[in-house]
Design a protein around this ligand. Structure first.
Ligand code: ACO
Length: 402
């Protein structure tokens, strides 16, 4: 019943664009997406080539500094990260305070937020040295924080990082290993997790990255901005979708594995049920990341011993949806999350850790965007306008007269 034309005339010329479907908030030279063609490139390099030939450390360097590193540069970068993996003993004590059944995402964002208290030489977003140190500290410490969030949830002792190991290896050992016991790293597992991190590393102005930019636009430091990004990622329509997919697959199995019945429910929008892991704001074609994962899912799950029943349900769901007018008309295709949950589970991660893994992968992208924004002379504090639709001016009424 609202006359938007009249409202706009009153407010002056503003665009009303809920969800920023068609509004660019910045210019950026980090990631290119062509949603209709299903193209994704980091700094110009196609995601397919990076997935096949690069690794997560190299991709992190590429996103943050703009170019692929030389051998010397990548060694220096890795060494710096290795030297900062430890958590301050006082920060470790935070984990004692959280309830054992705490969801690991708010644990992650709280610990990252607390980094500002431990590293007060990080509070000036325009000091290049401080920003560099904060970048390294985040890349180094987030895997340790994530592993401790997991250890806490299963009641197992924390492991100190082993700095002779690479980032992904170290994270896996701290997550699944035990103190004073050797941990055999499975190279297939390492490679698979590294690949998933590459695929998640950036995706231009998604909800969490826009959040990092918005918070950073007030000149908040890197830790505060990334902590906010982690909280944005927590939601089921964003990073939480990978857990939601697995819960959906489990539910379909429990209810007898009737995929067609589930798809009917989605189409009828019964109880607001959506096909989780399908659809994307930008991709109106197959998500290129999902295509890479699908190609490797069989192989990885074969090696790691995945849940074949759930994989079968997922494949049947995809097949049914892609042949159905509802999904075709709306250009709904599988997104990156559709198959990742199955792989994470085969790796041994509980469902609640899936979004944490997304955060570990997305971290270099968040950092790259924050740094790009801080150096961009066109940056202004983020402050959207609104169209006011509440009551017009009215007089205050005393409490006994209401
Ligand atoms: N299942 C069923 N219907 C869907 C789905 C879905 N997964 N996604 C969109 N639709 C329908 C909507 O109901 C709507 O139909 P309508 O016009 O008849 O009402 C139409 O498609 C357009 O959907 P919107 O919600 O307007 O699309 P939007 O761009 O706002 O949403 C989003 C994108 C949030 C990703 C959505 O597709 C969704 O909820 N997907 C499921 C959650 C998910 O997988 N999220 C992960 C995203 S990727 C990531 O974060 C890495």
């Amino acid at each position: 019943g609202i006359d938007l034309g009249k409202l706009l005339a009153k407010t002056g010329m503003v665009t009303l664009d809920p969800g920023f479907v068609n509004t660019a908030s910045c210019s950026s030279s980090i990631t290119y997406i062509d949603g209709d063609a299903g193209i994704l490139r980091y700094r110009g390099y196609p995601i397919e080539q990076l997935a096949e030939r690069s690794n997560f450390i190299e991709v992190s360097y590429l996103l943050i500094y703009g170019e692929l590193p030389t051998q010397a540069q990548v060694e220096d970068f890795s060494q710096k990260i290795s030297r900062h993996t430890l958590l301050h003993e006082d920060l470790k004590r935070f984990f004692d305070g959280f309830p054992r059944d705490a969801h690991p995402m708010p644990v992650l964002s709280s610990a990252v937020s607390a980094l500002s208290t431990f590293y007060q030489d990080s509070l000036n977003p325009f000091d290049d040295h401080q920003v560099e140190m904060s970048t390294i500290r985040l890349l180094a410490k987030l895997p340790t924080i994530a592993a401790y969030a997991y250890k806490k949830s299963v009641g197992q002792p924390f492991l100190y990082p082993d700095n002779s190991l690479g980032l992904v290896e170290n994270f896996l050992r701290m997550t699944f290993g035990f103190p004073a016991e050797p941990y055999d790293l499975d190279p297939d597992l390492v490679r698979a997790l590294d690949l998933l991190f590459i695929l998640h590393a950036d995706h231009e102005q998604n909800c969490s990255t826009s959040t990092v930019r918005l918070v950073g636009s007030s000149e908040a430091n890197l830790f505060a901005s990334i902590s906010a990004g982690i909280n944005a990622l927590f939601g089921p329509l964003h990073g939480g979708a990978n857990s939601a997919v697995l819960e959906m697959l489990e539910k379909i199995r429990q209810e007898g594995g009737d995929v067609e019945a589930f798809v009917r429910k989605v189409k009828n929008k019964e109880d607001g049920v959506r096909l989780m892991g399908f659809g994307h704001r930008v991709y109106k074609n197959y998500d290129p990341r999902a295509a890479i994962i699908k190609k490797t899912a069989d192989e990885i799950l074969g090696k790691l011993g995945g849940d074949d029943q759930l994989l079968d349900i997922a494949k049947k769901l995809e097949e049914t949806a892609l042949a159905d007018d509802y999904f075709v008309e709306r250009k709904l295709y599988p997104n990156v999350d559709f198959y990742t949950g199955l792989i994470y589970r085969a790796m041994g991660f509980p469902t609640r850790m899936f979004t944490v893994l997304f955060a570990l992968g997305r971290l270099p992208g968040w950092i790259a965007h924050w740094r790009e924004m801080m150096k961009d002379p066109a940056t202004k504090i983020g402050r959207p306008r609104q169209l006011y639709v509440g009551p017009a001016s009215r007089d205050f009424v005393a409490i006994d007269e209401r």
